[in-house]
Write a protein that binds this ligand. Structure first.
Ligand SMILES: NC(=O)c1ccc[n+]([C@@H]2O[C@H](COP(=O)([O-])OP(=O)(O)OC[C@H]3O[C@@H](n4cnc5c(N)ncnc54)[C@H](O)[C@@H]3O)[C@@H](O)[C@H]2O)c1
Length: 452
């Protein structure tokens, strides 16, 4: 009689123990604990490592995970022997940990954006070529039920051959403003919103169209946030950080103020109680300086298939969400999501009220026929239900087959960031930018599904 085979437990280590880390730590310690083990945690800030160590013990009764300083990353890998390293640091450091993890014998999973510029992207390609290790890029937006519905409708030719797409993404004065309080406001840390945020959107469009972007032209500016804009509008900015100003009663009339002593307990530990160790503040005045990213951006993207995308992103609006329209030879498909904005994981903005609750809509307008709505399946969980499905793909040995190619690796990760990186270059030069000049590895592919 044969014994049932026991699946091998996959060993994970994580670097970047901040706000996003629980998306990966909690399913390892909870839902997938039979198949996965967390063997190490690493960060430049020991207080954030300790917070997650304590949290996992308290929430999951998980055996205390060894913690390491970022300078001891190699030591962590040698001592704890992970199979896979999860990278959730500030964006500008993703490439370092991905490449080093591979050199030390591990696969890697990285949060978006894969990295923030063309040189760092080459570091990743070189490491993969040298070591043969794999890099998964976690595009959770693909896993939302509305996104999948759009993919299915377009794939079966509902509107014929697609010629053009138009996408407007809106970030509001809560979530959008939050990028201007933190490290995201420094271009050398985040690549700007065209990379940090739009990587999600360009990935969705690449995947929906099954096309590789070829050329990008864009304009971008900082027109709302920042000291100079505030001064031009006659606003007085008296404080650098909101929390101390709030404690002195100075922020009563400031709708952008964020008091870090009055946020949820987890976030308070991560950001307020850990701040003196590394000086990382996530409550900087959005009308202070310096801010080196844009808050208003437009781009035209030409795909190898001939489709043109017209895209915009504004980060200071009274509404959050997006709408996209695909124009095809047999009609038009319109899809929109209204998002309930939040600024710190787990915190909803109650002020917005019922009429701004998360909702989505998909309408098909066939040429010369009546338009119709297509019902969108409902899902529970973070990012429109995308997060739990993505977690299953990463951590479960029995995850459902990936019929719609939702998993993305370094090739598709590059195709999305390269649109934003090219747009950043175009903002500076005023010229269109060819993506193959930034990432030659994408030159030969026409369809996204041709890329890993
Ligand atoms: N897919 C999504 O929907 C989603 C949502 C939020 C964040 N993210 C991504 O997750 C990542 C982390 O974002 P976050 O919101 O948790 O930010 P965060 O600021 O809360 O955490 C970042 C962590 O990285 C650490 N860090 C900074 N420099 C480091 C270095 N050189 N080495 C090691 N650690 C370092 C910081 O100390 C901090 O603990 C980012 O890449 C972000 O784009 C993705």
């Amino acid at each position: 009689m044969s014994c049932p085979t026991k699946t091998r437990v996959t060993r994970f280590a994580l670097v970047g123990a901040g706000g996003r880390a629980p998306m990966f730590l909690d399913p390892i310690a909870g839902r997938f604990k039979e198949h996965c083990q967390l063997v190490g945690l690493c960060d430049t800030n020991p207080a954030r490592v300790q917070h997650h160590q304590d949290r996992l013990v308290e929430k999951f009764n998980y055996e205390r995970v060894p913690g390491y300083a970022a300078a001891d990353f190699d030591k962590m890998i040698r001592e704890t022997k992970p199979d896979t390293v999860i990278v959730t640091t500030v964006d500008a450091f993703h490439h370092q940990y991905i490449a080093r993890a591979m050199e030390l014998g591990c696969d890697a999973v990285t949060e978006k954006p894969m990295t923030i510029d063309a040189d760092k992207c080459q570091v990743i390609w070189n490491a993969i070529q040298k070591t043969g290790h794999k890099l998964r890029v976690t595009f959770n937006y693909r896993y939302g039920p509305g996104a999948l519905l759009v993919k299915q409708l377009l794939s079966k030719g509902t509107i014929g051959q697609i010629l053009h797409a138009d996408m407007e993404y809106l970030l509001d004065t809560s979530h959008g403003a939050d990028y201007f309080r933190r490290w995201h406001r420094e271009k050398d840390k985040s690549g700007g919103l065209m990379v940090h945020k739009s990587t999600h959107h360009f990935d969705l469009v690449n995947w929906w169209l099954d096309a590789v972007p070829e050329e990008v032209f864009g304009w971008g500016k900082l027109g709302f946030y920042g000291r100079e804009n505030a001064q031009q509008r006659g606003l007085k900015v008296d404080y650098e950080h909101y929390t101390e100003a709030a404690q002195q009663g100075m922020t009563k009339d400031d709708p952008f103020a964020l008091d870090l002593t009055r946020i949820g307990a987890d976030s308070r530990k991560l950001y307020w109680e850990a701040k003196d160790i590394d000086g990382y503040r996530r409550d900087r005045n959005v009308f202070g300086g310096p801010i080196t990213i844009e808050d208003s951006m437009s781009a035209l993207v030409r795909y190898k298939t001939g489709v043109v995308l017209n895209y915009s992103l504004n980060a200071y609006l009274p509404r959050e969400g997006f709408h996209i329209a695909f124009n095809g030879t047999h009609g038009r498909l319109e899809y929109q999501e209204i998002h309930q904005s939040h600024i710190i994981t787990g915190q909803s903005d109650q002020q917005l009220g019922e009429e701004m609750k998360w909702e989505s809509q998909c309408v098909v307008l066939p040429m010369f026929k009546k338009p119709y709505k297509v019902p969108i399946p409902q899902a529970k969980g973070g990012h429109g239900g995308g997060d739990p499905l993505l977690q299953e793909q990463i951590f479960s040995p029995t995850a459902p087959p990936d019929e719609w190619h939702l998993s993305a690796w370094h090739g598709q990760g590059s195709a999305s960031i390269m649109v934003g990186i090219a747009a950043n270059k175009s903002f500076k030069t005023g010229q269109p930018v060819k993506i193959a000049d930034l990432c030659p590895q994408l030159a030969g592919a026409v369809h996204l599904s041709d890329l890993p």
